[in-house]
Design a protein around this ligand. Sequence first.
Ligand code: FAD
Length: 462
Amino acid sequence: AVTLVWFRDDLRISDNPALAAAADSGDDVVACYVLDEETEGIRPRGGASRWWLHHSLAALTATLEDLGIPLVLRRGAAAEVLPRLVDECSAHAVVWNRRYGLAERTADAAVKTAFSENGISATSYQANLLYEPWEVTSGTKEPYKVFTPFWRACLTFRTPRRPLPAPDTLHGPRLDSEGLDDWALPPTEPEWIRGLQETWTPGEAGAQERLDDFLDSGAEGYNENRERPGMQSTSMLSPHLRFGEISPFEVWHAAQDHKDTSTAHDIRAFGSELGWREFSWQLLYFNPDLATVNHRSEFDAFAWEDPTTADLSAWQHGTTGYPLIDAGMRQLHGIGWMHNRVRMATASFLIKNLMIDWRVGEKWFWERLVDADPASNAFNWQWVAGSGADASPYFRIFNPVLQSRKFDPEGRYLLRFVPELTEADNLHEPWKGSAPGYPEPIVDLKESRERALSAYKALPKS
Ligand code: FAD
């Protein structure tokens, strides 16, 4: 008998409940990945994510081959491809780990119904979130709108389960596979690729290495240092978590096991960042159009500027004349990732100082981030805009000069990403000295702040 394992956002063999169930059944196992760019509503991946997916699939293929089976690659709408695969290998069962976007859930439910009608068992598992979005709701059975009570309720509800071991060996027939290279997933700009290649090792081994490095060197002091973009103080696990190369259960327990009296508050802070990830996905589950619709509808009337201006291009390419903003946008451009504090500052700058709709920024991050996911990206953009759940109020406008003075006082981050600046310059306010080759500020901070505040005040209050 054959069980088909459908890999999606869970490109790993450790702590993979669907794979574990197939392996434990003693059946032959066929593992597949379907590149679905046809099912309506599934958002096409951005360029950086396509690069990551390519390498992650290559890594998973190699790992599965070591266990004894290939990864079968097919392209097309899941609802058509999966039944064909089931026929080809005469599978009696299909297993997968759950996804949480509406289009994905709808597709999965349709596939499940079609299989059950034909006597094929289809079973889904919890693998990529510590808590299922519907599990932890407020007293009125509504989803939480505020993070702190949500996370407190999660931790009381259940301690995350221990991770499952990877199977030792697998066996099964070899089906025809499409060629990964033929999918031509990665973007072609050589500079973009180089920056990604130099920074990341997609795949389960690379994820494990990041986690070990973080626990060895970054975890102690995390609570304070995580705000410092010039330090290597956060885990950089986000793309690995996004592609499911490591499970949140593995990260959670590795961190808990590392806890001692001196690191307890650091591990708690790190755990609560994983909590923000859970919160984002819960919000997406209950608000499937989180990336396009203001959570607070009064923002629908906001008078955004026309985004086709030179300002947008300066923001995207890191030439605004504000060193922290430019360093962040160039870090994003270069390595497909940006430090969280700087993500907040660059987003605030776009939304408030340039008064460009947050959705325009969300799309740019979607294209360039290796960790872009439909929940965290949309949630955080709405958080900065003030239009989201538990959001930072609109009138909280990050001042990029004060932010860099406070969080990068010696300018280590600025100097790393803005080579036009040198230690001799007035790093946080280069326009006050001479920094040849570095652009003049594109907007006045005070004037643009006032303009944004008046636009906000003009909104109808709900
Ligand atoms: P760590 O500090 O090591 O945190 C551990 C993990 O917790 C992260 O890997 C991530 O999975 C989770 N996490 C931490 N902060 C957040 C947060 N604010 N929201 C949700 N999860 C969080 N994160 C994404 O994973 N994908 C995105 O597309 C994304 N877009 C963002 C857009 C904006 C405008 C902002 C302000 C933040 C965004 N974030 C996004 C959240 C956050 O910036 C990143 O998760 C974090 O910087 C990843 O770095 P790390 O792995 O070193 O984090």
